[in-house]
Design a protein around this ligand. Structure first.
Ligand SMILES: CC(C)=CCNc1ncnc2c1ncn2[C@@H]1O[C@H](COP(=O)(O)O)[C@@H](O)[C@H]1O
Length: 272
């Protein structure tokens, strides 16, 4: 009979005899402090990026129907667009939509505040910035991301619609990112609603008169954006697109419960 050799298992690995390491994995994890440079290497960053996705998906997948509201970080309380942002936040929340913003001040704060005013779900997806900012005070659920692109994925994945109030480069970035995703068919399910006809009409005209004229976009592309000043119309556009999507999913046999519910609600309102 052969004498049984000393054996150690480490996860899926088996070591025997002289191959057995002197320490266990846990000991190596807990006992040693080596140089910290590896924290700044790309493979480590990949793990941090993954963890942001995991946290974001984990949090937002439980949230239900949501709409993202974008707009200037510099809009002050008491101004027209702050109040409009707040009213839109309130009306979306009252219609059952969670309101997601970038978590900062200005229009973001206004929309979060409006949602909170009616006990709606108010969410902030913040971003680490060179100057300390923190999430605004009107957020119930907040995440602060390190990476812009992870945060962008969250806005797109968990929103039924994008509502865009006047803003600067950040807002334009969000607007054009979302419209490009719609144009290229990467997302098929949400409307992009611009609020503030005077502010946005110059951009819309330039898109029509220059981009379309030059052939850099297709004839249907300018119609990918809605333009309004009316908070009720914002909610109406969101709701209608939501119901249309539910109907398409229902007809295609992809009957998620919510799609069936919405379809039934639509049928009921049509027949009443
Ligand atoms: C006062 C100040 C500049 C604060 C910055 N604090 C911020 N916190 C969170 N998201 C932001 C911030 N600044 C820009 N963003 C992002 O970019 C958009 C606004 O940028 P902008 O003000 O239009 O160009 C927002 O919808 C938001 O998603």
């Amino acid at each position: 009979m052969t004498e049984s050799r000393k054996t150690r298992s480490a996860g899926p690995l088996t070591y025997r005899g002289d191959a057995i390491p002197e320490t266990t994995t846990d000991q190596r994890l807990l006992d040693r402090r080596g140089p910290a440079d590896w924290v700044h290497t790309d493979p480590w960053r990949v793990l941090r990026i993954q963890s942001e996705f995991v946290e974001g998906f984990g949090l937002l997948s439980e949230v239900g129907h949501a709409v993202s509201v974008f707009g200037s970080a510099r809009t002050k309380p008491g101004t027209h667009f702050y109040e409009l942002g707040q009213e839109i936040g309130t009306k979306l929340a009252a219609s059952g939509y969670a309101v997601i913003t970038g978590g900062g001040p200005g229009v973001m704060e206004a929309a979060n505040r409006g949602a909170q005013d009616v006990d709606g779900t108010s969410i902030g997806l913040g971003i680490e910035l060179p100057f300390e900012q923190g999430l605004n005070d009107f957020i119930d659920i907040g995440v602060t991301f390190r990476y812009f692109f992870v945060r962008k994925t969250m806005f797109v994945k968990y929103s039924r619609a994008f509502v865009v109030l006047p803003g600067g480069f950040g807002t334009l970035d969000e607007l054009f990112e979302s419209i490009t995703l719609v144009q290229t068919g990467k997302v098929t399910r949400f409307p992009v609603v611009l609020v503030g006809t005077r502010f946005w009409s110059g951009l819309r005209d330039w898109i029509r008169d220059t981009l379309l004229e030059e052939g850099t976009i297709s004839p249907g592309d300018p119609e990918l954006m809605y333009l309004t000043d009316d908070p009720d119309e914002v909610v109406e556009i969101v709701r209608k697109s939501h119901v249309d999507l539910a109907r398409r999913e229902f007809e295609a046999g992809q009957v998620a419960d919510e799609a069936a519910d919405l379809h039934a609600a639509e049928e009921a309102s049509e027949s009443s």
